[in-house]
Design a protein around this ligand. Sequence first.
Ligand SMILES: [Zn+2]
Ligand SMILES: [Zn+2]
Length: 327
Amino acid sequence: MHAMVLRELKQPLEWLELPDRQPGPNEIRVKVLACGVCRTDLHVLDGELPNPKVPIIPGHEIVGRIDAVGAGVEDLQIGERVGIPWLGHTDGTCPYCRMQRENLCDHPLFTGFTRDGGYATSAVADARFSFPLGEAGSDIELAPLLCAGLIGWRSLKIAGEGKKLGLYGFGAAAHIVAQVAKWQGRSVFAFTRPGDLHNQNFALSLGATWVGGSDEMPPEPLDAAIIFATVGALVPLALKAVRKGGRVVCAGIHMSDIPSFPYEILWGERQILSVANLTRQDGIDFLHLAPKIGIKTKTTRYALQQANQALGDLRAGRFEGAAVLTP
Ligand SMILES: [Zn+2]
Ligand SMILES: [Zn+2]
C-alpha cells in the first residue's frame, strides 16, 4: 500500500510505500476510493491536539470498498462500500459509553489521529465503527458527509429547534448544515470572514436568508448559532447575535482563546456549548437522512499525492465546500 504519512508534526506529509496490512479481529480492510480533507487534519498536523500518534496516516472521511475482513466480522462483507468516520473505537465500558455518550469515551481511538486513516490506498478499521453506504451517490460526493456532515448534524441537534440559525464560517460543514436546516424549514444566516463575497454568494446559492461578515449583526436576533470557524473571538459576537435563551454551539475540535466579555451578553439564559466527536447513532441517523434531503456536496478533487496542496488550500480558504483526495 501507499500513503501520505505525517512523520513529524508541523512537517509536510510524505508519500511512502508501506507493507500491506491485514485486518485483525472485528476489523475490515478497505481499498480507499476517496477521503475528505477536514479542518481537524490541520490541527493534527500542527500539533494542536493532545497525545497524537506520530507517525500517522491522517484522514477520517473515508469512503472505501471492503477487500478483506477479520475474524468476528458478521455485518459487513467483502465488496461492500463503507464509510469510516473520526470515531474509530471506544472501550464500551466507561461511564460515558454506558450512558449512551460514546462520543465522550474515556479511551477512544480516532481515525487519522490515534489510528491510521485514509490518506492512503488502503485502510484498516474497526467494523463496528464503519457505516454501510450502499451504492447511491459518488465516492467523492459522499466523503465530506463522514465528518463535515456528521459533526454538522450533531451540532444542529445541539443547537435546538429554533428557526433562525446562524452559521459562522461557511466551509465544508456549514455548506452541508445549511441544506439540512433549510430542509427542516429553518432560515440560515451565514457569516463569513468580513469581505469574503465569494463564500457569501456560495451561501446564498444554497438558500441562505441573509449573508454578512462575522463582524456584522444579523437583521434580527437568532435562535441559535453554530461556530465552525476556529476563531474564539466569534463566541462573544455570536452571543450578541442570539436572543434570550439562545444557544451558541462551538463545533470545532480546537479554537483560539475566547476573549473576555461582559456577563450581560450571556445573561438571559443564553448558553455556550461545545460539540465533541460523534456517536454511531449520529452516523446511522444522518446517513439515513442525507439521501432523503438530497444533500449536494460541493467538492474539489485532489490526487492523493497532492494532499499537502489540498491542506494548504484549505488553510488559505482557496476553495468552496470540501476537498477530497482520490488514490
Ligand atoms: Zn468509553
Ligand atoms: Zn473532521
